[in-house]
Design a protein around this ligand. Structure first.
Ligand SMILES: C[S@@+](CC[C@H](N)C(=O)[O-])C[C@H]1O[C@@H](n2cnc3c(N)ncnc32)[C@H](O)[C@@H]1O
Length: 265
């Protein structure tokens, strides 16, 4: 809303989301909503600029991950508090593998890598092992309940029910990142966003995961150290939520904002 206010009267805001359920029809002449993957940013922009509806890009904001609405939505399998099938695709009509299909087909090493790399899960290996053992015993892990039970079983006595977080939180996050190739999407979109910006334009990225932040930080650092750098880093350290915002909105605690400016075209 704030962005729409600031671009009045002639600016255009292009909102891209992969989840068709968050794209509504817009009656605001400044707002163009597109149901697509942001990894296709260049093509999306090209189509829109061919339609002569937009000019050069002043700013790109990437707000990564999933929304609180999606996390709370029943039956998509994003959260350990959910129930039903482990889907986790942002766009359920895509032909990507669901989380249940990954659990059913990846080998132990691949499952371990996902849980470790995307979830920083300390018990990644025993969890992967248990999943494969269950499969071999003919038990499919297709539902939220089955996965939560399995992870809690592996944690057993390590698990202290002190916190509200289930020990399955990290495994759920890891599967979501794998299902949607979220790290791949970031790698793919960053160079496109920088290329499309006009000189003086800015790219801001909000991430919620240390793995995402590392990709962004390293990419910005490498770009800014080229012989003739196309960008300059605006935020030497990421901007994080204030104490007050963290209290009002607990999910903001893990958010990091990094900003760069395009120096020339
Ligand atoms: C943190 S939420 C954005 C919330 C939004 N900025 C707002 O203020 O309401 C992240 C959104 O990104 C979408 N998303 C995730 N991966 C995507 C991708 N590769 N391409 C497009 N949208 C994606 C999700 O469906 C989700 O709605």
């Amino acid at each position: 809303m704030e962005i729409l206010e600031r671009i009045k009267p002639d600016g255009k805001l292009i909102g891209i989301d992969l989840d068709p359920s968050v794209i509504q029809t817009s009656s605001n002449k400044n707002l163009i909503l597109v149901n697509d993957n942001y990894r296709n940013l260049k093509n999306i922009y090209k189509k829109l600029s061919d339609d002569k509806r937009i000019g050069k890009i002043d700013g790109v904001l990437l707000d990564l991950g999933l929304s609180s609405d999606q996390l709370g939505a029943r039956s998509r399998g994003f959260s350990f508090q959910d129930s039903g099938t482990l889907d986790m695709r942002y766009n359920a009509s895509s032909d990507q593998m669901t989380a249940a299909e990954i659990l059913q087909s990846y080998n132990q090493k691949e499952l371990f890598r996902i849980f470790k790399e995307y979830g920083e899960e300390p018990l990644a290996w025993p969890i992967a092992k248990k999943i494969v053992a269950e499969r071999e015993a003919g038990n499919k892990i297709e539902t939220v309940e089955a996965l939560v039970q399995l992870v809690e079983g592996v944690y057993g006595r390590h698990y202290r029910a002190k916190s509200k977080k289930s020990p399955a939180t990290k495994v759920f996050q890891a599967l979501r990142i794998a299902v949607n190739d979220e790290f791949g999407n970031i790698h793919t979109v960053l160079p496109q966003a920088i290329e499309l910006l006009k000189s003086g334009g800015r790219l801001a990225v909000i991430s919620f995961h240390s793995g995402e932040d590392r990709i962004i930080k390293n990419y910005f650092r490498d770009e800014s150290k080229q012989d003739k750098p196309r960008i300059k880093i605006i935020t030497k350290k990421p901007i994080v939520a204030t104490e007050q915002e963290s209290q009002e909105n607990p999910r903001s605690r893990s958010a990091k904002l990094r900003v760069i400016e395009k120096t020339f075209n």
